[in-house]
Design a protein around this ligand. Structure first.
Ligand code: NAD
Length: 359
């Protein structure tokens, strides 16, 4: 069966890593029809729109997209192209596997943590009020009157919203993922001792959802304690489910534990649609140099293969990528001892080495 997939090359290094991933995916023998659409700075330049309607139409039609990183140009009125894309398509779960690979320099061996980050609310909804405006003054005075707290008049405000509905669906997503992927434990991460109503609601809801999954262990951790524990004893964790902001920070922490953002794949998933993309950004300074590591984008492609029920191909691609990295000869500069560019190969050649192992 041929799969029609929306391919978003992205900006900066995006097109180079996206092309590497596309070639590796095709080398698995699975047939694809790629619908190529632009987003971000490239779309703005070509079509005058950071997120053209064609992009949404294509993703809604095909249900699955593979995306390179995009740049959000400063001063365009967008906080982030990615946040806007996830919001518009209701991609409420950000999935980030953080797994060690032999050959990728990192502090620990055999780390295997899945991060499930709530993607739709919390402090990321963009309800912000600048210091000194009439609305901010009104809100500060309401907050002060209704709580009796003294609030500094020169404050800005960001609203943190956490709902039961969004907490329930992300907790369910984490437990369902655990069940379907043979995982043993879900840890809910929060700061409910301080934010009793928002994080408290997140935690209470996760606890409630856990009752329906007696086959999966459940525990919770405060986010500060979790960070220390992840750094000291990462092997105790399996799946972490977190509200948006903690999820953003902890997923980079865990990526750092297994070798950095350049090797971390990811996905943004909703009930019907999914976008697979690496954790790293568009690294503009490396644009067009055929230099950066394509592995995060290729592993995001392997996640996409699993999502479209091509598990055997996903396993083969994962294995070919892991062997190439472990072998250490045909890798980009960041994986060479001492980050030695002189003995490294390029993005495209690393994809060739992975493809050779798929044959
Ligand atoms: P970045 O991830 O683009 O780059 C930071 C550094 O990480 C780079 O300078 C490079 O040294 C290293 N790096 C990143 N990817 C690498 C790879 N594949 N191989 C080797 N090294 C790699 O982060 P940034 O500089 O903060 O952001 C640049 C742009 O990317 C910004 O416009 C930002 O908004 C955007 N961004 C997009 C996404 C996305 O599309 N999902 C995510 C993060 C950042």
């Amino acid at each position: 069966m041929k799969h029609t997939i929306t391919l978003i090359p992205g900006d900066g290094i995006g097109p180079e890593v996206a092309e590497a991933a596309r070639r590796c995916l095709e080398a698995t023998g699975i047939e694809f029809q790629w619908e190529v659409v632009d987003a971000g700075a490239t779309a703005l330049e070509k079509e005058g729109n950071l997120l053209p309607p064609r992009l949404f139409q294509s993703i809604r039609k095909n249900k699955v997209a593979l995306k390179g990183p995009t740049t959000t140009p400063v001063g365009t009125g967008f906080r982030s192209v990615n946040v806007a894309l996830r919001k518009e398509l209701d991609l409420y779960a950000c999935l980030r596997p953080c797994r060690s690979y032999p050959g990728i320099p990192s502090r620990y061996k055999d780390v295997d943590i899945i991060i499930v980050r709530e993607n739709s609310e919390d402090l990321y909804i963009g309800l912000e009020f600048a210091r000194g405006t009439a609305e901010t003054k009104k809100m500060l005075s309401l907050a002060s009157q209704s709580t009796g707290e003294k609030i500094s008049k020169d404050s800005s405000i960001s609203l943190k919203l956490i709902s039961e509905a969004a907490s329930r669906r992300i907790a369910r997503f984490a437990f369902e993922y655990a069940r379907t992927h043979g995982r043993r434990k879900v840890t809910a991460v929060h700061k409910a001792n301080i934010m009793k109503f928002t994080d408290g609601l997140f935690l209470d809801t996760a606890r409630d959802v856990a009752k329906a999954y007696s086959d999966i262990d459940f525990e919770d951790r405060m986010v500060d304690n979790l960070c220390a524990q992840v750094v000291q004893r990462p092997h105790q964790f399996d799946i972490l489910v977190l509200p948006n902001l903690y999820g953003d920070i902890v997923s980079d922490l865990c990526a750092g534990l297994v070798g950095g953002l350049g090797v971390a794949p990811g996905a943004n998933i909703g009930d019907e649609l999914a976008i697979f993309e690496p954790a790293h950004g568009s690294a503009p300074k490396y644009t067009g140099q055929n230099k950066v590591n394509p592995i995060a984008m290729i592993l995001s492609g392997a996640m996409m293969l699993r999502h479209i029920d091509e598990k055997a191909a996903a396993d083969r691609l994962d294995k070919a990528a892991a062997e190439t990295v472990a072998d250490g000869k045909s890798v980009t500069y960041d994986l060479r001892p001492g980050r030695d560019a002189a003995t490294a190969i390029g993005t495209s050649e690393m994809a060739d080495a992975i493809i050779a192992r798929l044959k």
